[in-house]
Design a protein around this ligand. Structure first.
Ligand SMILES: Cc1cc2nc3c(=O)[nH]c(=O)nc-3n(C[C@H](O)[C@H](O)[C@H](O)COP(=O)(O)O)c2cc1C
Length: 371
């Protein structure tokens, strides 16, 4: 086993200083039926802070747009009551010793695969689609787009006001922002659509620029992106490094500090045809091409990948050698850990102290409660 010291180096970006390189991945838990995070949420996140995570990204929390969530248990990031709940969460996390950012989200035209619940207003998306060829809801007008950008900016400013250390924009996994990136869900012929990824990145670039203006310089903006989608695991926004640069560089130029590059398995090479089976992963290429800091993610310390979790599959705990090798090469800056931290709030501290036998893996039964 390589030394885990490489995971416990501090890291700074803008105004945020992290004690180590381990990030709790954003994970929707659907325990906010009124949209308001309560004491249960504060205790849940505080436990992971006390367990040693350097940075915590909240579950997806939605901006102030009609039909911005697709599951009634997703918390809001707007309105006095929800924001005061989030204030308690960030205070609790700071007491626990970690930094935190809310993941700001709009689910676009996507139906949840976990519930049949539908919002009482029509869902909105770039081209009125859930997935390619699957109509759902309305096509966003220019006014809808402008109001959505304003709602993201407002939420980001509120996060900063409440004392959060960063924000993450959810631009991955086939939801609203990603629906603009993806040619299968963005069929627009106006300035937000087009044949090239640069054109389809325009919505996100304008959104990032507006968020940057609202939080000012120095406050770190994280953008989560993915090639894969729950609607299509094999989907790719960028098939080559040049296209990857066309996609991500305008977003970094607009104000993104950290690209959070979602993969289901962090060790999979992004362009195997270029640098082989052990080649750079998505976060590795994103860092190399844009110079931005990156977060990698996907099945860290676990035997199975994320999508199994939703059909009740558990995962056993596995070693971290492959991760440590990549961290030693500084392929990416930070690593996010998802399911392992749901089942085991003390996962980070156990890794730090070498308590390998005590790592619990992921038990799907732990999704049933927020503890
Ligand atoms: C229960 C659950 C909920 C999730 N919710 C979100 C979410 O709200 N936003 C998001 O970007 N990713 C979400 N994800 C994906 C995780 O952030 C992460 O990328 C994925 O679980 C892979 O990491 P892991 O293999 O360490 O679990 C979720 C994953 C799980 C298991």
């Amino acid at each position: 086993m390589n030394s885990t010291d490489v995971l416990f180096r501090p890291f700074s970006i803008g105004s945020m200083e992290l004690a180590n390189r381990i990030v709790m991945a954003p994970m929707t838990r659907s325990f906010a039926p009124t949209g308001i995070p309560g004491p249960m949420h504060s205790a849940y996140y505080r436990r992971r802070a006390e367990g040693g995570a350097g940075l915590i990204l909240s579950e997806g929390t939605v901006i102030d747009r009609p039909a911005s969530r697709n599951d009634p248990g997703i918390p809001f990031f707007h309105g006095e009551a929800a924001l005061s709940g989030w204030k308690n969460v960030i205070d609790a996390v700071h007491h626990g010793g970690a930094k935190m950012g809310p993941q700001l989200w709009h689910t676009g035209g996507v139906k949840s695969f976990l519930t049949d619940w539908v919002p009482d207003v029509e869902v909105e998306s770039p081209s009125g689609l859930d997935a390619p060829g699957l109509p759902r809801g309305k096509i966003m007008s220019d006014a809808d787009i402008a109001e959505t950008i304003a709602a993201f900016s407002k939420a980001a400013a509120e996060a900063k006001r409440l004392g959060f250390d960063t924000i993450e924009l959810h631009g991955a996994h086939g939801y609203l922002i990603d629906q603009f990136f993806w040619n299968g869900t963005n069929l627009r012929s106006d300035r937000y659509g087009g044949a090239t990824i640069r054109e389809r990145s325009r919505f996100a670039a304008e959104l990032v620029a507006a968020v940057r203006a609202s939080v000012g310089p120095g406050f770190p903006i994280i953008l989560r992106v993915s090639q894969w989608k729950p609607q299509d695991y094999a989907a790719r926004i960028a098939e080559t490094p040049d296209l990857l640069a066309d996609w991500l560089q305008p977003l970094v130029d607009a104000g993104v500090d950290v690209l959070h590059c979602s993969q289901r398995r962090f060790w999979e090479p992004e362009f195997r045809e270029i640098d082989g089976a052990e080649g750079l992963n998505f976060a590795g290429w994103a860092k190399k091409l844009t110079g931005a800091a990156t977060i990698s993610v996907g099945s860290v310390g676990l035997s199975g990948d994320v999508m199994g979790a939703f059909s009740g599959e558990g995962s056993t705990s596995v070693g971290l050698d492959k991760l440590l090798e990549r961290m030693e090469r500084d392929e990416f800056d930070l690593i996010a850990v998802g399911r392992a931290l749901i089942t085991d709030p003390a996962w980070v501290e156990k890794v730090r102290s070498g308590d390998w036998a005590e790592l619990k893996g992921f038990d799907a039964a732990s999704l049933a409660e927020l503890v």
